[in-house]
Design a protein around this ligand. Sequence first.
Ligand SMILES: [Zn+2]
Ligand SMILES: [Zn+2]
Ligand SMILES: [Zn+2]
Ligand SMILES: [Zn+2]
Length: 173
Amino acid sequence: MNCPCSRDPQVPHVTNCKVCHNTTCPDCELFQPLQRECPQCQTITMHMDEDTRCKNDCFQCPNCETALTVLLAKSSRKKRYKFTCKHCDYDYVTPSMSVTDERSISQIVDHLNETLNVEYLRFQELKKNIELGGGIDNVVVLPLCGDDVILPRRTKLVCQFQSICPHCYHVVD
Ligand SMILES: [Zn+2]
Ligand SMILES: [Zn+2]
Ligand SMILES: [Zn+2]
Ligand SMILES: [Zn+2]
């Protein structure tokens, strides 16, 4: 049996299934997600549902998704990390922390994310209170961190697919 589309099976890149011996053209080949891979550190995960971002210290620009360069600025007591995008003008510098801070860069960024969220929620709450007439009179409440602080994103994993024979649904390699 030839390809389901009944086109000439001589088109280039026809796949021959080793199980049912049918041929398939590239248009009729089926694909199923196999695994996810980080384009930066090449780590592979099979946890398709849970892991959509790299768990290592891989970051991408929140504006254009280019891989970010991370630099460490260190003095005798303090250190901070600077993330720079080579493609657009995005950069981000972490608050300074102790040189003895042993957290990984991703742990630091995760923590900053949580802090920003907590502060943002607190600000929203205060604002609502004031708008409802409760709250503090004549006090201007400003968020501790502006809404425009955008942290580096963990790198999005890329899904890899395997091809499936449309005749017998076995994996074709
Ligand atoms: Zn076909
Ligand atoms: Zn990675
Ligand atoms: Zn960018
Ligand atoms: Zn087959």
